[in-house]
Design a protein around this ligand. Sequence first.
Ligand code: URA
Length: 433
Amino acid sequence: MLMVDIIRKKRDGGTLTKQEIDFFINGYVKGQIPDYQVSALMMAIFYQGMNDEETGDLTLAMLNSGEKLDLSSIAGFKVDKHSTGGVGDKTSLVLTPMVAACGVPVAKMSGRGLGHTGGTIDKLESFPGFSTAITNEQFINNVNTVGISIMGQTKDLAPADKLLYALRDVTATVDNMSLIASSIMSKKLAAGADGIVLDVKSGSGAFMKNDEDAFELAKKMVAIGKHSGVRTMAVISDMDQPLGRAVGNAIEVREAIDTLRGKGPDDLKELCLTLGSYMVSFAKDTSPQEAREMLTDALESGRALDKFADFIAAQGGKHEDVYDTDNLPKASKSVEFTAPVDGYVSSIMSEDIGTASLLLGGGRRSKEDVIDLSVGIYLNKKVGEECRKGECIATLYGNDDAKISEGYERLKKAYGFSDTPVSPSKLIKGIVD
Ligand code: URA
């Protein structure tokens, strides 16, 4: 088989066979097929697409390129959650301790941020000493003793996805439905959970810019999960404006802790209750409504916050840093971004907010970049809220004047205003089960 024939076939709109897909994935992982040929194939797939069978075959080829985590020594139904990526999305930080506090073991594999979207691991590293670079044994032991553990994607799990994702990121071939579905599902299936709840984002800050595409992506991923015998469902949620008010790393951790204390933003709390109700109902075989009541109790009693503190301490952080966040990184400067008119905020382009945070130093331009965990943006006003000319609508936190002014310029593009009242988009757009 020749790689050039596979590229040509897809370029001309053909359907790849399982053998052809296995050939290029195995060859790429072994270093026998060069980046430039795989890049050409990714671009051909980007334009020509893949049918469901090809997408399923690609998922399996990437899953089988490495090991599968064996979670059988953890008792009970193990449930995982994955978001397709958004701005201000600190859901995992709130949701996982809520679910664990209901007695459901959470064994979660998370990623780092790339481009304008943030990553759970970077955010968690705001806790001094905290690490997700733990062995599989520590991971399983922490789930058994604390009820929750989060680790980074190791090189042994779906290594083909790791290589391909890094290549797609720099060849403008990330936002293709089949490539996203197979990338996410290969890692999730390799992580060994019995059930997966997906949060598929739709809107300006998401890979899927409209609801139709988000539903289609959700259906593809749910079908792949079910085909592999893993209980899978998806919630489609809004990413037309950032989730919550904080965007960055340590600043998002503070908002997550506020939410665990019952003082966080409503959209974040609602999304966590919705996703959590499906996770708990999968594991406990209850109705989502009963599960929601259990989660609400875990939040209101403070058990979810305590669970979060136990989890941070079990992975090298300090218990007390969860209750007093003064030890988390703090930026040295803040600048107010003010409303240019009287009126209502009509839009906040999530992608621009994510990019503004990146420009402040809170994200990576390339994989090697070191993130400044202390910087970020606080959205004092969100869509639908009234503002007066000159009133502070967002606060930028930074350490470097040049970076702050770059972030400030990007923020100007993010906000839209209207003279008349505006309603924000619906947070939960639907469910695919
Ligand atoms: N997240 C992933 O893990 N993979 C993609 O392709 C896109 C988002």
